[in-house]
Structures are given as C-alpha cells and as structure tokens.
Design a protein around this ligand. Structure first.
Ligand code: PLP
Length: 403
C-alpha cells in the first residue's frame, strides 16, 4: 500500500512526471515565498485554528452527506450518497480553498488578491473572503463567461471586488488566468494570486488539494458512521479537478474504493467541441501531455501544439488542461475518467431536481450524468459517494432556456 502512495508523489510539486514549475524567472521568487509560507502555515497552530473557525462558522462546514433515497430508487442500482458542497456559503466548494489562501495572504502581509474565474464561482468565493478579511480584490474574467454568468458578476461587484473583463483569446478561463498572472508579476510585493483549482505551478496544485481535502476527510467519517463500511465508488466532475481531488484524496490508500472523474464532453468528439482531457478512450480528440500555465499535464492541443479552444455548457469545466495529479492518477489507473455531453448533463440536472429536490450546478450535473450513464455497471451492494460541488442558481438562465 505504501508503495502506491510513494509513487503518487515522487518529488515536491511532482505527480509522477506531471506538475512542476514552468514559469518565467520573475515568478520563481513569489512561488518560493508562497511555498515557504504555506509550509509554515501547515503546522502553525493559530493559522489552523483560524482556518477551522472560518470553515465552520463562515462557510458552514461540515457539509451533510445525504442519502439520496429517491435517486437510488430511480436508478435501481447502487446506494447513492451526496456530499452537499452546494450548501456551503457562496454555493460551491470553491470557498474552502479561498478561505485557506485568503488567510495565507494575510499571513504573508499582502493586502491585495487577484483571482481568475470561469463560472464566476471562484471569483465570488475570492471576493467574499477578501471582503471578510478586509483585503482588496481584483477578479479577471473572460467576456464570454461574464455574459454566461451575469449574476455572479453582480455578486462580485456588490462584495466590493473589481471585475476586469478579458477580451483576448477565447474570452474564457484560460485567458483570464493569463491576465491574472500578468497582474501578479507586476504587483507581486503587495499581491497574492488566489488560484482557484489544482492547476498552475507548484505549490498551487498541492496547496489547493490540501485545502479541498476536507471534503473527503468528512465524507470518509460520515459514510463509516452511516453505513459502517467504505464506499465502493466516488464520483465527481473534473474541471481543473479541485472538488474531485478534494473528495478522492482521503481515500487514495483504500485501494478497493474506485474513483471516477467526469469531464465535459460538450457537443462532440472533435477538437474544439469539448473539454475532455482524459477521455481519449471514448474518442475525444486532442489531449496529450504538455505545459500550460505553469504545469506539465494533459492539455488539449492541435498537432502543432497550439492550445485548443474548448466547449462546455458549463463554464466551470471549460478549460483545456487538467490538474497534474489527475493526469498521474489516470496514468496509474488509480482513477478513471470519462466524459458526458452537454445534453446528458442537462437531463441529469432535471433528474436530480425531480428526484431529490436539489437543483445542481451544471458542473455537478456532469457527475450525476456520469453516474446515470454507468447505472448498468453497478450492483445494489455498491455504495457511491457523489460530490455535489455546487448549487444551480447561477445556471438558471441556461436551464430556463434549454429545458
Ligand atoms: C469551478 C467549479 C467546478 C470545477 O472546478 P474543479 O476545480 O474541477 O472542482 C465544479 N463545480 C462547481 C460548482 C464549480 O463552481
């Protein structure tokens, strides 16, 4: 068992060959500074007690692990539990990481944070913790995403954040990250870059995973209390991969627990029509290892190595690279990844709404769709924990238009 764990992380910031720190020289010093601050914070009693207090009293942890009785009956297969991250303050798991990094910015004496956002959830989480801790906040967001997520833009404004529209490239998350990095390089002495997923250069993928792994630690305790056994399967949607690794991490040593990540299959298999980086077996084209935004991982790219445009109905899953730890878990076959289409996700959102009375975020609806598509592979003895990463309020325009 320990050999699995040893091979999972071979060097600091490396997951097998993936991860690392591929950045211009100007970013090396701030990344080292951040890594050191994070290492100190890990064993700093006052940091940890502030973190626990904010997670509990501000964000609303622990979140329930809810038995989904009517969805279980509807699918006629495994027993299904939902980890209710949608019930957190601001409506998604993103706040777990935002609280951790917001506190870290305070510890480092940085009064200003910059963040990027796709679905707007990370921007809202960043603006929220910035307001709560008295930090200045600037959020970069692609104009395409601003149109899709107008409600979240209004929330960020109300919270006192400045939202900067990014009109370059595909006008989505990738372009917003470029702009946030540019700002960070320019203002590094006063500014912390609050990255929203398990992406970017070391220490971000490790640090964000650690802040999100509270999800799996709670879920493990809760399922053992409720069912007196470990789950057979974990399911989560995968954009950058933070909610998925947040659930998976506490179960990595439990080799009987199968882990399934669901990506955005968009509207087709061809490059440009999807955001499926680890689903080549299903015919999704264009992913191979490469460097994007500081990390070595699977990246959607054309034959010349140009980063591909991506499509997903869900802004939070619409990104050409995947967190490097997922690339390694996939290579090791410790986790499996597959993609579901836009329309399967929409149908799944309706199914969850009508069986459980929960309107999921479009991202989370992908995980539900992945479960529904696999229903024939399960037995009634199987026990599933599905991470409900966020609530659907932000997606009501899309639901009203398409359902
Ligand atoms: C941002 C977001 C995601 C995707 O991000 P990960 O880092 O892959 O978790 C998933 N669900 C919701 C609700 C989100 O807001």
């Amino acid at each position: 068992m320990s050999s699995i764990l040893q091979s999972l992380t071979t060097a600091p910031g490396r997951f097998g060959p993936y991860g690392g720190r591929y950045v211009p020289e100007t970013l090396m010093v701030p990344l080292f500074e951040l890594e050191r601050a994070y290492e100190i914070a890990k064993s700093d009693v006052s940091f940890q007690s502030q973190l626990q207090s904010l997670l509990k009293n501000f964000a609303g942890r622990p979140t329930p692990l809810q038995f989904a009785s009517r969805l279980t009956e509807h699918l006629g297969g495994p027993r299904i539990y939902l980890k209710r991250e949608d019930l957190l303050h601001t409506g998604a798991h993103k706040i777990n990481n935002a609280i951790g990094q917001g506190l870290l910015a305070l510890k480092m004496g940085k009064p200003r944070i910059v963040a990027e956002t796709g679905a707007g959830q990370h921007g809202v989480a960043s603006a929220t913790i910035a307001a709560h801790l008295g930090l200045e906040c600037v959020v970069y967001m692609g104009t395409e995403d601003m149109a899709r997520q107008a409600l979240n833009v209004a929330r960020m404004h109300l919270l006192g954040a400045q939202v900067v529209a990014v009109d370059s490239g595909s006008r989505t998350l990738k372009d917003a990250i470029n702009e946030a990095m540019r700002d960070w390089v320019t203002n590094v002495r006063t500014t912390h870059y609050l990255l929203g997923s398990v992406l970017g250069a070391h220490p971000y993928p490790t640090m964000v995973r650690d802040f999100q792994s509270v999800i799996g630690r709670e879920a493990r305790e809760q399922i053992l209390a409720a069912e007196k056994r470990l789950p057979t399967h974990l399911l989560a949607c995968v954009g950058g991969g933070s909610n998925a690794i947040g659930l998976f991490y506490a179960f990595l040593r439990d080799s009987d627990v199968k882990m399934i990540g669901i990506e955005a299959g968009g509207r087709g298999n061809e490059l440009g029509e999807h955001a499926a980086r680890l689903a080549a077996a299903q015919g999704y084209a264009g992913a191979r290892p490469g460097v994007l935004q500081g990390t070595y991982t699977y990246v959607l790219q054309n034959s010349d190595g140009q980063i591909a445009t991506t499509h997903s109905i869900s802004a939070g899953l619409d990104y050409p690279a995947i967190g490097p730890e997922h690339a390694w878990l996939a290579d090791q076959r410790r986790a499996q990844y597959s993609a579901v289409s836009d329309s399967a996700a929409l149908d799944a959102a309706r199914t969850l709404a009508r069986t459980e009375g929960i309107i999921p975020a479009l991202e989370s609806a992908h995980a539900i769709a992945g479960l529904i598509e696999r229903r024939a592979q399960f037995t009634p003895e199987d026990l599933v924990i599905l991470n409900l990463s966020g609530r659907g309020d932000k997606d009501m325009d899309t639901y009203s238009r398409l359902l």
